[in-house]
Write a protein that binds this ligand. Structure first.
Ligand code: SER
Length: 605
């Protein structure tokens, strides 16, 4: 009998249909780019956009949610080209926000995977892992029992440690034990007693159910979340491969047409097709389409740099196959057709996606040839296993648009290394030069209204740090800040989430000082003397010998704050408005982030 073929979109719709029938609200995918100011570049898991709801916020869709979330991970970018790694992927997820827990989650996963009404997988080809327990949480016997009660043989249930069966969103934040579901990828039936622990190569993970009931505050402290949640994630690419018993993702409907097109474009252009290069192009371009659709544009920093790197790496792979003509937008069209009915971001930005691909390709194609010649010149002069200097790497980046990672790849193909530190220094020097330029611009723009907002918020930062130190202790220091005309953002060291009382106390402190009024004076002093006196500063080794200090003294004559600072600050508190903290969140391990605003209304107290 001919084996049934499963189309990825059919799997995705069945998944949503199934969870809709279990009373889940189906929500659209959030963009790849997280909410403004997130420390993360991209959403790397389906649960990420739902973070506030795991922490207790009410979701408008209710307590049962499901969706298909676009995700992007570049951590394994060098593995792309093998059978399974992708940069962009789609994650099917169902979530319980304080509603159902282990039983429903496990039973429904089983039903969806094995019932003939749904995916109809052979239950004999399924195994699972559960958490074996540690200091954070006990052995998850409950999940093991639930799997057993479904008829899963105990030999198919492996208890494993936190490396395998504990899922956390980051170093701090929501986390919990998980149970992972695997599919047998070898021929025939798995032997008795075979599971992920005994036979890791032959079992492929297809679904992860996380029982998210904890919030990690720091390395050693976990607190219980207000409610017990479930977070599940099933990679659409993986489940499609598993169901089709395909050798790799490129042989499924996800990529097959794109791969065929790449092959035909290479041969049309009299190139030499190489499977790995073809796969990299297919993967990177798929990610690029979605990034542009979600508003990212190629650039030399942050998200834009990742996009540029993906497109340029794809172009170089084409170049390796001797294709020197632009082919990206032609391939891009196939992806647009594939995704425009699924993601509105792709549908609404079709022209932009193609234009950006064309622009980036034209830019890079015009220099790649010269850059490669230049690279060859540079590398020819090196000894075997020599090092390409930081300045040379930077030159290739600056003049020919070679992202660092691309030069590193070229170097390693030629048995050479690169001086990454030297490159970073050359880049930092370059950036420092342009940043100084920006400061001059900022000073010049002080007269306009927007800059006045920034100045008020800047003074509020000093008052707030004083308040935080007054309430949380004098070990607190500034770990970063950023001010726009609308709000201040301020990071500081503290291991725990602030309570609402602490937040209120900080607000009250700042508002009291604003209401009372203060004077603010600028002085200069030697760095050594300032440090000995306990003046606040965060970057001592970067300051010059003579430092500028801003001192705030309130109307009672009390010194509120003394900080090393380049300014500028308000002359008086009169028009500052009312200080309000609008967000308090983690910004990495042991670092909290506050966002605050100044509301323009009279302070009555
Ligand atoms: N957050 C878990 C994961 O990414 C389950 O969704 O695997």
């Amino acid at each position: 009998m001919k084996e049934r073929k499963y189309n990825s979109r059919e799997i995705a719709s069945k998944y949503l249909e199934f969870f809709k029938a279990k009373d889940h609200a189906i929500i659209p995918s959030a963009p790849l780019v997280p909410e403004e100011d997130s420390p993360l570049l991209f959403n790397i898991a389906g649960m990420q956009p739902l973070m506030p709801y795991f922490l207790g916020k009410k979701h408008p869709g209710g307590v049962r949610i499901a969706n298909i979330q676009k995700c992007l991970r570049t951590i394994d970018i060098n593995e792309v080209g093998d059978d399974s790694h992708c940069t962009f992927f789609e994650m099917l997820g169902n979530w319980s926000l304080g509603d159902y827990f282990k039983k429903e989650s496990i039973y429904w996963s089983w039903e969806f995977l094995t019932s003939h009404k749904w995916l109809g997988l052979d239950p004999r080809l399924i195994s699972v892992t559960v958490f074996e327990g540690n200091n954070d949480a006990p052995r998850d016997n409950e999940s093991a029992k639930l799997w057993g009660s479904l008829g899963l043989d105990y030999g198919r249930i492996a208890f494993m440690g936190s490396d395998d069966n504990w899922w956390a969103v980051g170093e701090t934040g929501p986390c919990g034990p998980d149970t992972e579901i695997f599919y047998w990828i070898n021929k025939g039936l798995p032997p008795v007693g075979s599971n992920k622990k005994t036979d890791p190569e032959n079992w492929m993970e297809i679904w992860n159910n996380v029982f998210m009931e904890f919030n990690r505050l720091n390395k050693t402290t976990l607190e219980r979340l207000p409610k017990r949640n479930v977070d599940t994630g099933m990679g659409l690419e993986r489940i499609t491969v598993a169901l089709n018993r395909a050798k790799n993702i490129y042989q499924t409907d996800l990529f097959i047409d794109v791969m065929e097109k790449i092959l035909s474009l290479v041969t049309q252009n009299k190139g030499f097709y190489q499977e790995r290069s073809g796969r990299i192009i297919a993967d990177h371009l798929r990610a690029a389409i979605h990034l542009i659709g979600d508003g990212v544009l190629p650039s030399n920093i942050g998200r834009g740099y990742v996009l540029r790197r993906l497109i340029r790496r794809a172009i170089r792979e084409a170049y390796k196959m001797k294709v020197e003509k632009p082919i990206m937008s032609e391939l891009g069209r196939i992806y647009i057709k594939k995704f425009k009915n699924i993601y509105i971001s792709v549908d609404q930005n079709q022209t932009k996606i193609l234009e950006e691909l064309q622009k980036e390709e034209a830019k890079f194609t015009s220099t790649i040839k010269k850059g490669i010649i230049e690279f060859e010149k540079i590398s020819r002069d090196k000894n075997k296993e020599g090092v390409i200097s930081g300045k040379e790497v930077f030159y290739l980046f600056e003049t020919f648009g070679f992202p660092l990672e691309m030069t590193a790849e070229l170097a390693s193909e030629n048995n050479l290394a690169i001086d990454k530190k030297g490159y970073e220094k050359a880049l930092a020097d370059h950036q420092e030069k342009s940043r100084a330029n920006k400061t001059i611009k900022f000073k010049g723009g002080l007269a306009d209204r927007d800059s006045k907002e920034v100045i008020s918020l800047h003074t509020a930062c000093h008052l707030m740090l004083a308040g935080i130190r007054w309430i949380l202790g004098n070990d607190i220091y500034q770990a970063g800040s950023n001010i726009t005309p609308d709000r201040l953002r301020f990071d500081f060291n503290y291991p725990k989430k602030l309570t609402s009382q602490q937040i209120k106390k900080i607000e009250d402190f700042v508002n009291r000082k604003i209401a009372m009024g203060f004077s603010i004076k600028k002085t200069k002093e030697s760095k050594k003397a300032a440090r000995t006196r306990g003046v606040m500063g965060s970057f001592w080794n970067k300051y010059p010998d003579l430092v500028q200090i801003y001192k705030i003294v309130d109307k009672n004559g009390e010194i509120v704050s003394e900080e090393i600072c380049g300014g500028p600050h308000v002359d008086s508190s009169k028009n500052m408005g009312k200080f309000r903290i609008i967000k308090e969140e983690s910004s990495g391990s042991g670092v909290r982030r506050i966002k605050a605003i100044l509301q323009k209304e009279k302070i009555l107290n």
